[in-house]
Design a binder for this molecule. Structure first.
Ligand SMILES: Cc1ncc(COP(=O)(O)O)c(C=O)c1O
Length: 442
């Protein structure tokens, strides 16, 4: 069975009677006119559809908890939708904690991750009642215990471990140790557990947590990860008499940015995860643990598109044709950071013959600010609206104000309705935090 992460475009994308592309029943050209460009557009139906795929796919295991990795896209409206679909939240900063808190999320459903959480962030997590903290290293164990003690609280934790599996999207390697900034090496787990049991009386350990990579197309890797997590749980029980009953396998399922990408479905992933888990439960003779899974990209990426207006162009003699849009690396840093590839169409010319190969350049002052290299499009003119697909994840969340350009607005579309969920930044927003010291004004 297919799942939503296997599509390039939001599920409601179609050509409408105006001859334009519409998403969520909203004409993209009219959205661009009304809200301006660049514009992030999120399709609510597509978000809810992938949530349902995940829940259905994992329903064969009783104790499953779906968490959304907020780092992919963290806004209050998105948090509301995910909450409504029954998801908890994986957060990685005070900003993400505060966003879900302000959205009215039950903080017991929140897990706080990260390799260098600050004193203030940990204190905020404790004060707001975050459900689990995934402790990443020895320094944090000691710091968290100290803060918990000062609040006279016992904090529920997981240990983030590096299972010795490294994923390079299309292949992976297994090693005894992994050179990673995240988590405890397998050889450090016992020392961490001893410290928790003997020294850190304000920490209560519930389970183990790992995350093996992102934009993963490989299914077997999850089976190997589960084997390591369950093996460690059994080993800790044998050695310390410790009954851990939670495993968190992280996120990572890939999406289809272009035709070349062939991500597995949530159903394929769930089959291998549940099958491996059941086998390991038998093999190691443990009580079935609660399973946590925390996808980000695969939840939100396909639902999002970015609209741009095409502007200036340049024909390099005997070379490429460049067309520039009114956004680029500040609203979508992935092409310049990771050479990420995207697919796009002209929203006002969905049916025109693909007669031209162009390179879509951003408007920022970097030669590397190229959004899409060598894409086939219809004859392009200034003023056309370019729709870049699959921009829901790690676009707005990684956006910057480079060149002091305002971040775009984001709207949510559904059933022909369009609502702003992030206002476009204004010029005043850009200077809002600037301060001129008195001595410079004299
Ligand atoms: C610990 C952890 N969990 C979940 C995720 C989400 O990964 P993805 O967006 O690939 O599903 C990440 C991403 O970096 C992560 O570090």
């Amino acid at each position: 069975m297919n799942s939503t992460n296997q599509f390039i475009k939001p599920l409601t994308t179609k050509k409408n009677e105006n001859g334009n592309i519409e998403i969520g029943g909203c004409d993209l050209v009219l959205l661009a006119e009304k809200f301006g460009t660049p514009l992030y557009v999120l399709d609510e139906y597509t978000i809810r559809s992938i949530c349902k795929d995940y829940k259905k796919a994992f329903s064969a295991y009783d104790k499953v908890n779906m968490m959304y990795a907020s780092k992919a896209l963290c806004t209050m409206a998105v948090s509301k939708i995910l909450d409504n679909e029954g998801f908890g939240f994986d957060v990685v900063s005070a900003g993400e904690i505060y966003t879900v808190y302000k959205a009215g999320i039950n903080m017991a459903k929140v897990l706080f991750n990260g390799n260098n959480k600050s004193y203030d962030e940990l204190a905020l997590a404790i004060k707001l009642g975050v459900g689990r903290i995934s402790v990443d290293n020895f320094f944090e164990l000691s710091l968290l215990n100290e803060i918990a003690k000062s609040y006279d609280k016992t904090v529920d934790i997981l240990l983030r471990i590096t299972p010795g599996i490294e994923c390079h999207t299309h292949e992976y390697i297994q090693t005894g140790h992994l050179d990673s900034k995240f988590g405890f090496d397998l050889t450090q787990i016992d020392e961490a557990v001893e410290l928790i049991l003997n020294n850190y009386s304000n920490l209560k350990l519930h389970g183990l947590h790992a995350h093996i990579g992102s934009q993963i197309f490989e299914t077997k890797i999850y089976g190997d990860e589960i084997e390591i997590l369950v093996r460690e749980i059994k080993r800790l029980d044998d050695k310390f008499g410790l009954k851990l009953d939670e495993i968190n396998i992280g996120g990572g399922l890939g999406v289809k940015y272009t035709e070349e990408d062939l991500p597995p479905s949530t159903y394929e992933i769930a089959n291998i995860v549940i099958d491996s888990l059941n086998k390991c439960i038998k093999k190691y003779n443990i009580e079935p643990p609660a399973l946590f899974i925390e996808p980000g990209r695969s939840i939100i990426s396909t639902s999002g598109v970015t609209l741009y207006t095409l502007g200036s162009s340049k024909q390099v003699p005997k070379g490429r044709t460049y067309f520039a849009v009114d956004g680029g690396m500040a609203d979508n840093p992935r092409p310049s950071m990771y050479q990420a590839k995207y697919y796009a169409e002209i929203a006002n010319k969905p049916d025109c013959e693909l007669s031209q190969e162009i390179t879509v350049a951003g408007r920022f002052c970097e030669s590397g600010d190229i959004l899409i290299k060598d894409i086939q499009l219809p004859q392009v003119e200034e003023g056309d609206i370019l729709c870049v697909y699959n921009t829901g994840a790690y676009n707005y969340s990684m956006a910057s104000n480079y060149n002091r350009v305002q971040k775009p607005a984001m709207i949510l579309v559904n059933n022909s309705q369009s609502d702003i969920i992030i206002n476009r930044e204004t010029l005043d927003d850009l200077v809002h935090h600037d301060v001129i010291p008195d001595r410079l004004s004299k």
